[in-house]
Design a protein around this ligand. Structure first.
Ligand code: GTP
Ligand code: SPV
Ligand code: MN
Length: 621
């Protein structure tokens, strides 16, 4: 109890001395911090205020520890490169647990452990896990500080890399701490990289640039709204405000309270007639959310502005229409493939004040990765710290290398991106990496058909999670790794939200940028050209274009779909906008098998009824 209470007094005095607002530390937080300190035994406890001075102090510290390399300030001011341990580069889905009281409440798609058992197991790991390190207390807000739709948490971590990343990705520090009083609900989020510098016998080990532990646990306790994460320093495993809170815990809150926490980008679209629309789109990890969020339309007169690139919290607003906020403050974006050709806006966003993780280092002290520029530099230091030339057999950047930067640096950020009231949602899009079957775009026939489309999403796996890449798997609503409860109940919640929204429920569309031809090449140019799909969707909202009604939904009429100035052939467009009966019959069979695997007793009948309608429609083709 000692170190914590000592520092509490100190933090208070520091705040008062600096003329800042008096630090009010909620007794519940103080007690929890003391308990964790007693368990993990850090040398020191630091209460993070979110100031620039704190950022400078932490980045300097990490440079001296070898965790960060300062990039050449001429090219990239206040920016840093971190190289992770090669065994800690992505989310670990097989080590992610939903510890609800009952196993059935975690469902068939989550790893489940009994909460008390999990805690007992993890307590022994956390015991002494911060010895020789500093424990940082990071109060954070998901959503604008004090916003009606926002939520607060407090992360304890022994990783300064996590602190500065949280500082970019969420609102942290004293203003958040000051919000928390006796009756504030806040989520305790405990994190340790699990690499103490002093063992129980007092023997000291040398620190490494990227401490982690081969044994990893990313555990969620939805009933008590707690997060315990051990052993990893990587983004989704360690920045607990992001996937752990804003999706897994928040999805449970949302189910209980009648709102939605989704893996969705948010954009504002302005048509040539100056009509404004907001779209929310769910694509699985590394399947194009950041790119669509920063879309630069190739078609004249259209404008797209960014509101969020990864997570949306949505609920019916005062007029009954669905409203959404982006609960994050920054972007934790995939670097490879993000470049001057595909996404100039992202490149412009990271002009400075950016943390790069697992990208390559140029000889001039700037960064590079595959796809940043068409041609690689002649020499680089790769993400593992080795010399690299264009002849090297391995990529210079890790395929899941990331940039971390605040959203306000994005040139396409919409003025209302941080409006606490959010924006009204006019349409919802679902997409994934589907080399076959799924058309470029189709409009769902109804809300419940749209829920069926979301529930039957599948996508090829990517480097965002450990494991094989390029394997088609079910990823309902792009939420397979992120739903904090039973998937069948989550489907039911979507159906229930449709009931609540009634006639105001936004139309739902399915999109697929990733169709391949027989040679394995993408048939659709993607990226900026996706504006053509956005145009069609908005013209549908306006009733300006027709749709061909098919068993899988409303498809564009080929002659009405704009491919001017692209190299898409009429033949390819026919395929992109076609319905392959055989493939869809096989898809329906697979859907039946998949639904069965989710636990028949909880699966909503409405989804089976949609499956039957699909089959009946296909039979008539
Ligand atoms: P997370 O941050 O993991 O949730 O991913 P995300 O959905 O934001 O993915 P992102 O936009 O970063 O894209 C991931 C990869 O897909 C990058 O390598 C992109 O270059 C690529 N990509 C994005 N949009 C398209 C597209 O329209 N066509 C093709 N072929 N590739 C795309
Ligand atoms: C994803 O994997 O979907 C990401 C990156 O957005 S992470 O924060 O690691 O989850
Ligand atoms: Mn994501």
């Amino acid at each position: 109890i000692k170190p914590a209470s000592l520092r509490l007094v100190e933090a208070d005095e520091t705040a008062a001395a600096s003329g800042g607002p008096a630090l009010r530390i909620d007794a519940g937080i103080a007690a929890w911090v003391s308990d964790v300190a007693r368990l993990t035994q850090p040398d020191e406890i630091v209460w993070c205020d979110g100031s620039r001075a704190e950022w400078d102090q932490l980045t300097k510290l990490m440079i001296s520890q070898g965790t960060l390399i300062r990039l050449n300030p001429e090219w990239r001011p206040n920016s840093f490169l971190a190289r992770s341990d090669p065994a800690d580069v992505a989310r670990v889905e097989d080590r992610t647990f939903i510890c609800s009281a009952e196993e059935v409440d975690a469902g068939q798609t989550n790893n489940w452990r009994e909460p008390a058992e999990m805690k007992a197991e993890m307590l022994s790991l956390f015991e002494g896990s911060m010895r020789g390190r500093t424990m940082y207390v990071v109060p954070f807000s998901m959503g604008p500080v004090g916003g009606a739709l926002s939520q607060v948490g407090v992360q304890l971590t022994d990783s300064p890399y996590v602190v500065i990343s949280m500082a970019l990705m969420t609102r942290i520090g004293t203003p958040v701490l000051n919000l928390i009083t006796d009756d504030t609900e806040w989520v305790p989020a405990l994190h340790s990289v699990g690499a103490p510098l002093v063992d129980a016998a007092g023997n000291v080990t040398e620190d490494v640039a990227w401490p982690h532990n081969p044994t990893k646990y990313i555990s969620h306790f939805p009933d008590t709204r707690e997060i315990w994460s051990f052993g990893s320093g990587y983004g989704g495993n360690a920045l607990l405000g992001k996937k752990c809170f804003a999706l897994r815990i928040a999805s449970v809150m949302a189910r209980d309270e009648g709102w939605m926490a989704e893996h969705m980008l948010l954009i504002k679209v302005t048509s040539p007639e100056q009509h404004v629309y907001h779209l929310a789109a769910a694509f699985p990890s590394a399947c194009g959310k950041t790119n669509l969020a920063m879309l630069k339309p190739t078609i004249p007169g259209w404008k797209v502005e960014t509101i969020g690139d990864d997570i949306a919290w949505m609920r019916p607003g005062p007029n009954g229409k669905l409203r959404a906020i982006n609960p994050e403050r920054g972007f934790f974006g995939v670097a490879p493939g993000t470049g001057i050709v595909t996404n100039q806006t992202a490149v412009d966003t990271m002009w400075g004040n950016t943390i790069f993780t697992n990208v390559a280092l140029r000889d001039d002290g700037d960064v590079w990765w595959e796809g940043l520029t068409p041609n690689p530099p002649t020499h680089l230091i790769d993400w593992q710290g080795n010399d690299w030339t264009p002849d090297s057999k391995t990529p210079a950047a890790h395929p899941n290398a990331r940039f971390t930067v605040t959203a306000d640096q994005c040139p396409s950020i919409a003025p209302e991106w941080d409006d606490p009231a959010g924006v009204e949602i006019d349409a919802i899009l679902f997409g994934g990496r589907r080399p076959s079957t799924v058309p470029l775009v189709a409009q769902a026939k109804s809300w419940s058909h749209g829920v069926f489309v979301g529930a039957t999403m599948a996508s090829e796996t990517t480097a965002a999670a450990t494991g094989a890449v390029g394997q088609l798997r079910h990823d309902p609503f792009a939420m397979l790794p992120f739903v904090g409860y039973n998937m069948a109940d989550y489907f039911q919640h979507w159906l229930d939200m449709g009931e609540t929204l009634g006639a105001d429920a936004p139309p739902i569309f399915q999109v697929n940028w990733f169709r391949k031809n027989d040679e394995g090449k993408f048939m659709w140019p993607g990226f900026a050209e996706n504006s053509r799909v956005v145009e069609w969707i908005i013209r549908r909202l306006e009733g300006e274009v027709a749709a061909r009604q098919t068993p899988i939904g409303g498809l564009p009429l080929v002659h009405e779909f704009n491919i001017e100035r692209t190299d898409v052939t009429e033949d390819d467009l026919q395929t992109l906008l076609g319905v392959d009966k055989q493939a869809w019959v096989a898809e329906a069979d697979e859907t039946e098998r998949y639904f069965g695997s989710l636990g028949d007793d909880r699966m909503p009948a409405a989804l089976y009824s949609e499956l039957n309608k699909l089959r009946a429609g296909l039979a008539k083709l």
